[in-house]
Design a protein around this ligand. Structure first.
Ligand code: UTP
Length: 305
């Protein structure tokens, strides 16, 4: 069995739900507290044992490349001022085996993944969506790799969602349970209306795929929304080899829409050692104020700034 060493991070979408912030910048570069979203994803890959990462970029490629490269000017400035901790923070992202490829036009997630064909070669690999952060005791990518090691087949992460949201996700039609958290799948369906959805188990942004997916993607016709859908290709793959759905353990944060972006920022801020206490006080004060109680001085002061 081949070891899973490679990950692909598609980051070439238009990010229209976050416009105008994403007009000139990839949404994957928007920060959650003090780190770009994509850095959380790269960290998950490394914590899962991934050795090489390919980022699929669109027209706003430069800031992503620069972020993971060294910045000599900044580093020598921090060094000369004795700012050791900050220096360590900016150096955290260098030295990773990162590669870039460009998707010439955002034709859909399936097309973005197809750009990774030469990089992946004949090995199993992981797709990690650049706008989904997952917090879990065992990193989700590691959970999928372990699933692959047990099943020798593709493993896709799924989670339960409210039935009314099925038209925002790829949804599975489970066939049978292999284990408590693992399903055989009859069909993978992209964005079905709630009345047609075969379940409320939604595909989220982590996929462990076998390389046969590329032959299918090469001939994949546009599907929902006129885009080349990875879900449609996975459904075809599942007809010739098993593709399992893994109900994962952990919390998923969708930072690709305004509300998800804001709530993720707040939750991560509440865990950040530098700001967590003050942010918590601020939120408690704000909640009291919203409930119509007397606001504390702190909230009033910060609003006046
Ligand atoms: P999304 O559908 O969430 O991204 O794709 P989007 O199209 O950028 O967002 P909206 O709907 O316009 O707001 C999931 C992931 O796949 C990437 C995106 O960058 C995101 O990380 N993607 C999507 C591509 O790389 N290429 C594409 O053609 C489409």
């Amino acid at each position: 069995m081949k070891k899973v060493k490679k990950a692909v991070i598609p980051a070439a979408g238009l990010g229209t739900r976050l416009l105008p912030a994403t007009k000139a910048m990839a949404k994957e570069m928007l920060p959650i507290v003090d780190k770009p979203t994509i850095q959380y994803i790269v960290e998950e890959a490394l914590a899962s044992g991934i050795e090489e990462i390919l980022i699929v970029t669109g027209k706003s490629k430069r800031p992503i490349e620069d972020h993971f490269d060294s910045n000599i000017e900044l580093e020598s400035n921090l060094e000369s001022k004795g700012k050791k901790e900050l220096l360590e923070l900016v150096q955290e992202t260098t030295g990773i085996k990162l590669y870039f490829v460009r998707q010439s036009y955002p034709k859909g997630l399936g097309d973005a993944v197809l750009q990774a064909k030469a990089f992946v070669g004949g090995e199993p690999f992981v797709v990690m969506l650049g706008d989904d952060i997952v917090k879990a005791k065992v990193p989700l990518t590691r959970q999928l790799i372990e699933g692959y090691e047990k099943t020798h087949a593709s493993n896709i992460a799924v989670m339960e969602i409210p039935m009314e949201d099925t038209n925002k996700y790829g949804i599975i039609e489970p066939e049978s349970k292999v284990a408590d958290d693992l399903y055989n799948v009859r069909h993978f369906v992209e964005k079905p209306k709630p009345e047609n959805a075969p379940s409320n188990l939604a595909i989220i942004g982590r996929y462990l795929l076998t390389p046969e997916i590329f032959d299918i993607l090469e001939n994949q016709k546009p599907g929902a929304g006129g885009e080349i859908q990875l879900t449609d290709a996975i459904d075809t793959l599942n007809q010739t080899q098993r593709v399992f759905a893994k109900k994962f353990e952990g919390t998923r944060y969708d930072v690709g829409n305004k509300l998800g972006y804001m709530t993720t920022s707040i939750e991560f801020g509440l865990e950040h050692p530098e700001i967590k206490d003050e942010l918590k006080d601020y939120i408690i004060d704000l909640a009291h104020q919203l409930e119509g109680k007397t606001s504390s001085k702190k909230v009033v002061e910060s609003k006046e700034k």
